[in-house]
Design a protein around this ligand. Structure first.
Ligand code: SAM
Ligand code: DTB
Ligand code: SF4
Length: 327
């Protein structure tokens, strides 16, 4: 089947609103046509600069204006980060993603340090990813030259709902950065969060924007809100597993080759619930005891889950040849 980037909102709505078992079946079928369903990509996150962020993202424990338990931590040292990447590799991760609580990248000493981190992780034969906020075209090129493989920059929600969640930047700022990343030939990682008071139409709208970009993101993280005390969204109710499955299956059907990542919120899911997500088409997770600032699933429990479900970690750079071919 040809990859499509001309999906209409009506088509996506029809897929999204199917009876849940039909949707899971379709997601599972599309997944099998395009990918090996026993392979799951294992990624590790590290917060390289934590807290004190000037933005007002209502979900985020790292925004300086909310009073959360997060302790501000300046940019970590390069050697410390490389050690963490080694541990992640030893634990079976093939992608290492470094996150910074920045609004945007500035051309300063900290950026030079991040460039060194990227070079170091790349030399370890791991897919190196960063999420550092907004990027200019030149900064994206610099990261690419240092060996950056992927850049994470989430749309988070629909354009309509965006201003309810974040007022310190616009949806177009987000899309501009994605364009800069794409043009620098860096693999694009972009998805969103559910459980922030959005409607199903907002969820469909976000999936529409992602699937009608000139090229689909290579990775689409689907996060369930992790409500953190002190943030405006602290009291949001837990996202139902059916809502996660609906997002994952729809993303899989309209972006068949993307890595669909079962991201934040996994810590509150049972193995059975996660299995439904893998069946519906998820094929990537974050492993390691922590995400950026919140707890993640126990490493040994994840290893046991892989055994129970007969899943195997996906090799690094697997899509690289195909991605290069498509560019
Ligand atoms: N500051 C950069 C930015 O916002 O692009 C990079 C780091 S930021 C923490 C990366 C992503 O983490 C956000 O776009 C959001 O999707 C996700 N995130 C942050 N807090 C979250 C939460 N409480 N629950 C779920 N996802 C969250
Ligand atoms: C993504 O989509 N989810 C990750 C990663 N990309 C950077 C972040 C989740 C953060 C959850 C809250 C925290 O741990 O601070
Ligand atoms: Fe800052 Fe990123 Fe958190 Fe927004 S999501 S407050 S930009 S760290």
């Amino acid at each position: 089947m040809q990859l499509r980037n001309d999906w209409t909102k009506e088509e996506i709505t029809e897929i999204f609103n199917q009876p849940i078992l039909e949707l899971i079946y379709q997601g599972a079928s599309v997944h099998r046509e395009h990918n090996d369903p026993s392979e799951v990509q294992v990624c590790t996150l590290l917060s390289i600069k934590t807290g004190g962020c000037p933005e007002d993202c209502s979900y985020c424990p790292q925004a300086a204006r909310y009073h959360t338990d997060v302790k501000v931590q300046k940019l970590l040292d390069v050697d410390f980060v490389i050690d963490k990447a080694k541990t992640a590799k030893a634990n079976g991760s093939t992608r290492f993603c470094m996150g910074a609580a920045w609004r945007e990248v500035r051309d300063n000493k900290d950026f030079d340090k991040v460039i060194e981190m990227v070079k170091g992780v790349n030399a370890m034969d791991m897919e190196v990813c960063c999420t550092l906020g907004m990027l200019t075209e030149e900064q994206a090129k610099k990261l690419k030259d240092a060996g950056l493989y992927a850049y994470n920059h989430n749309l988070d929600t629909s354009e309509d709902h965006y201003e309810e969640i974040i007022t310190t930047r616009t949806y177009d700022d987000r899309l501009d950065t994605l364009k800069n990343v794409r043009e620098a030939n860096i693999s694009v990682c972009s998805g969103g969060i559910i459980g922030m008071g959005e409607t199903n139409e907002d969820r469909i709208e976000m999936l529409h924007t992602l699937s009608t970009l000139p090229k689909h993101p290579e990775s689409v993280p689907v996060n369930a809100l992790v409500p953190v005390a002190g943030t405006p969204l602290a009291d949001q109710p837990k996202v139902s597993v059916w809502d996660m499955v609906r997002m994952i299956a729809t993303a899989r059907i309209i972006m068949p080759k993307a890595m669909v990542r079962l991201s934040a919120g996994r810590v509150r899911m049972s193995v059975e619930e996660q299995a439904l997500c893998f069946l519906a088409g998820a094929n990537s997770i974050f492993a390691g005891d922590e995400l950026l600032t919140t707890p993640n699933n126990d490493v040994d429990a994840d290893k046991e889950m892989f055994q129970t479900l007969n899943l195997k970690p996906r090799a690094s750079f697997k899509g690289a040849a195909a991605e290069k071919y498509l560019v």
